[in-house]
Design a protein around this ligand. Structure first.
Ligand SMILES: Cc1cc2nc3c(=O)[nH]c(=O)nc-3n(C[C@H](O)[C@H](O)[C@H](O)COP(=O)(O)OP(=O)(O)OC[C@H]3O[C@@H](n4cnc5c(N)ncnc54)[C@H](O)[C@@H]3O)c2cc1C
Ligand SMILES: NC(=O)c1ccc[n+]([C@@H]2O[C@H](COP(=O)([O-])OP(=O)(O)OC[C@H]3O[C@@H](n4cnc5c(N)ncnc54)[C@H](O)[C@@H]3O)[C@@H](O)[C@H]2O)c1
Length: 470
């Protein structure tokens, strides 16, 4: 068996692994990167990129029928789903060179292709090569969970790994799970012309603010999506018309295709981690705040680390590991300032605490500032006024923000900065925001903090009247 000795061995070339490898090699470390599937991982090949490209095509189709409010006659879109498929894969192909083996080899990374397995606490084996390293980073991501539903082994089902390979639009797509994957894909397929049913065991978008989630759900229903909440799927079976799904209290629905979107399982089960003394639970590798596992030379990042599952979190983790493993500096991963966005229309964005979490933590001392899209002139001009911003403030500083509405993912950026930099609400209120932009929503929400303090205050009135006398 060939032997490679190196400073850092990164397992998995997805969002997390690529960021660690690129950063480490450019800072002078010897880096080996091992990838068992496609370079770029889930986000590029079967996650963020294809899902957002499909949503973009669906939005285009939707807008063709939505011109009446501007005085433009609606047009029935003619969807060529094969061409939509090609668009989605064209977007992937356009980004792929950035994540490619060639680019990483050009940076000086030794790239090995194959599934890695630990063979000791300082070594892994891959396709006839043994890699010994001072430090390892497990960045092996996650895969779609297949829930233990009666009959699931006997029916054809789609996951994010197969969904984007379809070249024909499903007649009726049944989606199990009303999380971000379920709802984004529900709206994309509905707008492209499919009948769509979503079945959610608890509450759709259950990790988000319920008022904001309700607005998204209302829009999805208005667009013709059937959404059942509080209804777990009990069994599935093949029937002549496709797949029959039984759920809730004796309800059932038959569709042409079934998509599973009920969460993820980490990929560490394929790594022989016990041979390296690395502990894990069902969420992922167990790590400390510095992302170190029970084997001190091994770190875990991204979905493999068992926390929030987002590409930007994997990238953030990469920075923590580089700081710690390469520079020997203390570094801790925090979650309070991590934003997330569900890219439905309207978009739903969150950073920090939701209203319920802020009230739980700070009781009556938390102040909730809200401002509606309906009061924003840009939203009015664009006739897209459903939505609101809600900011949770504790002792003069924002501790969370929720935005639902047009481009919520852009509007939340300012609050992501405010939370990570520890800004005061006065910093946001004092910003000059260009008119007319959706960004003004943030300034106006922050301004609400001062409304009762300035405009409803007898003391302020008395001071103003006193000053005016002179
Ligand atoms: C449909 C969908 C849409 C999403 N949309 C978004 C979004 O809009 N925004 C967002 O932030 N996040 C989104 N996500 C989540 C995002 O894709 C993940 O959080 C992100 O890809 C995690 O990065 P990672 O590096 O941890 O894992 P991955 O990107 O999955 O990379 C892991 C890599 O490790 C490889 N691997 C696994 N085991 C081994 C082994 N033993 N040896 C060698 N290689 C191995 C895999 O082949 C893979 O390439 C979405 C996910 C899905 C499924
Ligand atoms: N826009 C984004 O950033 C984005 C988009 C897609 C995915 N992601 C990431 O991928 C992760 C996985 O997404 P997801 O939507 O698969 O998972 P999720 O865990 O967020 O949602 C899964 C949903 O399925 C439901 N469910 C579970 N078992 C069920 C059953 N038997 N019957 C009916 N419903 C059932 C759950 O109650 C839950 O609401 C997300 O948590 C997120 O981190 C992010």
């Amino acid at each position: 068996m060939a032997l490679i000795e190196t400073d850092l061995c990164v397992i998995g070339a997805g969002s997390g692994g690529l960021s660690v490898a690129a950063g480490a090699v450019q800072m002078g470390a010897r880096v080996v990167l091992i990838e068992g599937g496609e370079m770029g991982g889930d986000c590029l090949n079967t996650g963020c990129v294809p899902s957002k490209a499909l949503l973009a095509a669906a939005k285009q189709a939707h807008l063709m029928g939505a011109g009446a409010k501007f005085g433009i006659a609606p047009v029935e879109p003619q969807v060529d789903f094969g061409a939509v498929h090609d668009h989605v894969h064209g977007v992937i192909a356009g980004i792929a060179p950035h994540d490619s083996q060639e680019r990483f080899e050009g940076l000086g990374v030794k790239v090995l292709r194959g599934m890695a397995r630990f063979t000791g606490d300082d070594r892994v084996a891959v396709e006839g090569t043994e890699v010994r390293a001072r430090r390892f980073v497990i960045a092996t991501g996650s895969r779609a969970m297949v829930p233990p539903i009666d009959g699931i082994a006997d029916v054809p089902y789609l996951t994010n790994e197969s969904l984007f390979d379809l070249t024909d639009l499903p007649d009726h797509l049944i989606i199990v799970g009303g999380g971000p994957i379920g709802l984004e894909m529900a709206q994309a397929h509905r707008r492209l012309g499919a009948q769509v049913t979503v079945i959610e065991a608890e509450r759709a978008l259950g990790k988000d603010d319920p008022d904001a989630a309700a607005l998204v759900i209302e829009r999805l229903r208005a667009e013709g999506i059937t959404l059942h909440e509080g209804a777990g799927v009990t069994s599935v079976a093949n029937v002549p018309a496709g797949v029959e799904v039984c759920f809730g209290e004796g309800q059932s629905v038959t569709g042409s295709h079934l998509l599973l979107a009920v969460g993820r399982v980490p990929n560490h089960d394929r790594l022989d981690i016990d041979k390296a003394g690395i502990k894990a639970d069902r969420r992922g590798i167990i790590v400390d705040a510095g992302l170190r596992s029970s084997n001190r030379r091994v770190y875990a990042v991204g979905d493999a680390a068992g926390g929030m599952q987002f590409t930007h979190v994997a990238g953030y983790h990469a920075g923590i590991v580089i700081r710690s493993a390469l520079l020997g500096l203390p570094a801790k991963a925090k979650t309070d300032h991590i934003p997330w966005v569900t890219y439905t229309d309207p978009e739903l964005a969150q950073v920090g605490l939701t209203e319920a979490q802020a009230r739980d933590r700070h009781g009556d001392r938390v102040e909730i500032l809200t401002f509606d899209y309906a009061e924003n002139d840009r939203a009015r001009a664009e006739r897209d006024t459903d939505g609101f911003i809600k900011v949770m403030v504790y002792r003069g500083r924002p501790v969370g923000a929720t935005v639902v509405g047009r481009q919520a993912g852009e509007v939340i950026q300012l609050w992501a900065l405010a939370l990570s930099a520890g800004l005061k609400i006065s910093d946001v209120a004092g910003m000059v925001s260009p008119y007319p932009t959706l960004g003004e929503l943030s300034k106006r929400a922050a301004g609400q903090y001062y409304t009762p303090r300035l405009f409803d205050s007898p003391l302020v009135r008395r001071i103003v009247q006193f000053v005016q006398k002179f």
